[in-house]
Design a protein around this ligand. Sequence first.
Ligand code: SF4
Length: 248
Amino acid sequence: MSITRNNPAPKVKGAITQRGEDSYAIVPRLPSGVITADQLEALAQAIRKYDIPIAKLTSGQRIALVGIKGADVPDVWASLSMGEGRAVKHGVHYVQACPGNAACGYGQQDSLGLGARLEEMFNGLNLPAKVKVGISGCPMCCGESYVRDIGLVGRKNGWTVVFGGNAGGRPRVGDELASGLDAGQALDLVGRVLTHYRDNAKKCQRTARFVEAKGIASVRQALGLLEARAAEAKDVVAKPTETCLGLG
Ligand code: SF4
């Protein structure tokens, strides 16, 4: 009998069921999309050894290995020595980050460094729905920060924290919660807004729908924040030109 939505394949720990008979996908954890030579070699060896038909770079800066046989899943994981990235469970799914001031000439803040800290702090946190994070080292926003559940934008005066964005079928531009924060303050605010969201949102309610339902003023009030000063933020927005190409 073929596998359908009503007749799903048996679950395999650490893998996502795919279309077709005995076909599973895994998504190794790649904080901020940064990968080492050893990890690339391990991935290439696993793809060849287990005859994995699709290796896909995802929009969340991860690599999905698709079409693995169920019996091979544990061995593939063992050969990679990489953690599991959340793909279906609720919580922080991924942190995407641009190169920031580690590499990009326009970078005003260290987006890769902040991404690594954020992943470490919030990976595994249970939340009402999936949460995607986008970190950009400057206001050109190659990390798509305004259309992620949590966005961070680097400016000369520090980090701006954005909440409630979404790039899906009902897109929403997130709201700025605060600007001019150092990395520790930005992470603290992310922790507080995620806690508020966890404690007050309905199950499966994404942050965009949560903000629409409650109003951003109520979120700001619960966090003890003043109205974001959007005008101040606009002062430091870069003015892209045809030759102005970021590395994101
Ligand atoms: S131009 Fe893009 S890649 Fe470069 S720092 Fe700004 S957002 Fe990041």
